[in-house]
Design a protein around this ligand. Structure first.
Ligand code: CAA
Length: 273
């Protein structure tokens, strides 16, 4: 998701510094953005000049200090509350004049990211959808501590600078879209786990019968099974609805490192793509 967000920002004329955990990830992130831009060029959505200009606006680094002086930051690290809280404390110190400090989290309450920092009013959720260059939606998530001014600046950035379309959500687990989507995806995993139907037939059923662009197991692979698990846990913690309990198969797959597209294998095999 981070690469997709960085790509969309750079394509919109924003100078972007991408912070990755190590040089290999930085190289992979740049390669993913180049591949996606190439796809945009092939599809006629991006000109060769805009592709080159977008790549020129991107700087990759492994040092958080390189963000110094930035107008805003968008966090898209792993769905780990401790890691995210730690990062937000550092971001608030590093960027005292930032217009907003946003998280793309799908599962951690925004309030928890702001609490414990000296500027909780600057922290907000900007939740993008995968693939970010294609899907127009951004959910704007106000915590009980987010200032109205922060929300306005973040909305202005998402709508006017990036050209996205926004909906507002309270800071409740799953926000609007995942609170609806994740129980459906978990039902598909349970259906496959119980032998109710094959993975192909479950997916074909929803594509051919309901005109979804992809079936639920393929979509789970696109989202990442670790993210699906993290969101299901946060939904269950908040609402205690059995529909949000992760099936054993999902737990086992995540433990085995079968995370979907990003790891090369999930419900389907992507190693040859
Ligand atoms: N970068 C740039 N452009 C891309 C792209 C990418 N990564 N992927 C697809 N495209 C473009 C293609 O160029 C193509 O454009 P044209 O139609 O103008 O030629 C268009 O998007 C459609 O792509 P394809 O024809 O190759 O394939 P498709 O029709 O199967 O679409 C898809 C692919 C966009 C991924 C589509 O299958 C889809 O929308 N799937 C559902 C995705 C979804 O539900 N995402 C939400 C996940 S939830 C989430 O992200 C939040 C969370 O917290 C979990």
């Amino acid at each position: 998701m981070g690469s997709g967000i960085a790509e969309v920002c750079a394509r919109s004329g924003v100078d972007v510094t991408v912070i990755e955990v190590d040089p290999d990830r930085a190289t992979a992130s740049r390669a993913a953005i180049e591949k996606s831009l190439d796809r945009g060029v092939r599809g006629g959505h991006v000109s060769e000049e805009d592709r080159a200009a977008a790549l020129d606006r991107l700087v990759f680094s492994t040092s958080l200090e390189d963000l110094e002086g930035a107008d805003a930051a968008i966090e898209a690290i792993i769905e780990d509350e401790t890691a995210k809280r730690d990062l937000f404390r550092k971001l608030v110190d590093l960027l005292p004049d930032a217009q907003f400090l946003a998280s793309n989290t799908s599962s951690v309450p925004i309030m928890k990211l702001g609490a414990g920092t000296s500027q909780p009013h600057k922290v907000i959720g900007l939740h993008f959808f995968n693939p970010v260059p294609v899907l127009p939606l951004v959910e704007i998530v106000h915590s009980i501590m987010t200032a109205d001014e922060t929300a306005e600046r973040a909305r202005e950035f998402a709508e006017q600078t990036l050209g996205k379309q926004c909906i507002d959500s309270q800071d409740r687990a799953g926000f609007v879209v995942n609170a609806l989507l994740i129980p459906y995806l978990l039902s598909a995993v349970r259906m496959y786990e119980s032998g109710f139907a094959s993975r192909e037939d479950i997916d074909r059923g929803m594509v051919l019968g309901c005109a979804h662009p992809m079936g639920p197991l393929r979509l789970s692979d696109l989202i990442g099974l670790d993210t699906l698990l993290a969101v299901s846990e946060s939904l269950y913690e908040e609402f205690r609805d059995p529909a949000s309990v992760a099936p054993a198969l999902l737990n086992r797959m995540v433990e085995a490192g079968l995370l979907g597209r990003k790891s090369g294998r999930g419900f389907y095999d992507y190693s040859k793509n």
